[in-house]
Design a protein around this ligand. Structure first.
Ligand code: HQG
Length: 179
């Protein structure tokens, strides 16, 4: 399987396991899990056949470990816009976390803080390099530093996804440091 096909399959899986399972008639359970057989059948029925071997390969080599397989089921480990309960336990964050964005959002972020926008949670990275890569999806990246220790002390909950993305509902502006 070449790398381009792997990216295409990963994007297809992410779209339907995070955002639009309904588009292919797929049902996720409350934890976001889908039966792998049902997913493959739904994909094939909607013009995007994927073999079980391809799916296993994509899950295994995925650059961000976006998916998890348990028994006969698969789910996206973070990034959902559909309502799912990932059952992640609250965790103590490192003192600082990072968020990659772009200059055109900064005025709004200074005023409102970070909001989850279309997702469940604000996504934060443990290191600046990862945050810069996230920001670079939209243009020249700007990396903000989050005083996660102060937020945690003040009662804001953090969770960490299976692939190391830190999640919190929102980051009020007083906890943000701008470059
Ligand atoms: C911005 C990818 C205006 C925020 C990545 C971001 C990540 C605001 C955008 C994951 C705002 C939301 C998530 C406010 C935040 N006003 N703009 N108050 N608050 N924003 O895609 O963090 O490849 O939902 O800065 O690697 O960019 O899909 O979030 O630019 O881990 O696995 O609103 O998605 O992972 O964008 O990316 P997103 P994100 P995957």
């Amino acid at each position: 399987m070449d790398a381009r096909r792997a990216v295409t399959v990963s994007k297809y899986l992410a779209k339907h396991l995070r955002h639009r399972p309904d588009r292919i008639g797929l049902a996720l359970d409350e934890g976001g899990w889908a039966e792998i057989d049902a997913l493959l059948a739904a994909a094939a029925a909607h013009g995007f056949p994927v073999t079980r071997e391809e799916l296993d390969h994509v899950v295994a080599v995925n650059d961000k470990q976006r998916f998890a397989i348990e028994g006969t089921r698969i789910r996206a480990v973070q990034g959902h816009s559909v309502a799912v309960d990932l059952d992640l336990l609250p965790a103590t964050p490192p003192p600082h976390l990072h968020h990659g964005t772009v200059a055109r959002f900064l005025d709004a972020i200074r005023a409102e803080g970070l909001k989850p926008m279309n997702r469940h949670d604000v996504h934060l990275s443990p290191d600046r390099e990862t945050a810069a890569r996230v920001g670079a999806r939209r243009g020249r990246p700007v990396v903000l530093t989050v005083d996660a220790a102060a937020m945690h002390r003040d009662g804001h909950e953090f969770r960490v996804s299976a692939n190391g993305v830190w999640l919190t509902r929102a980051v009020p502006p007083q906890y943000l440091r701008f470059p």
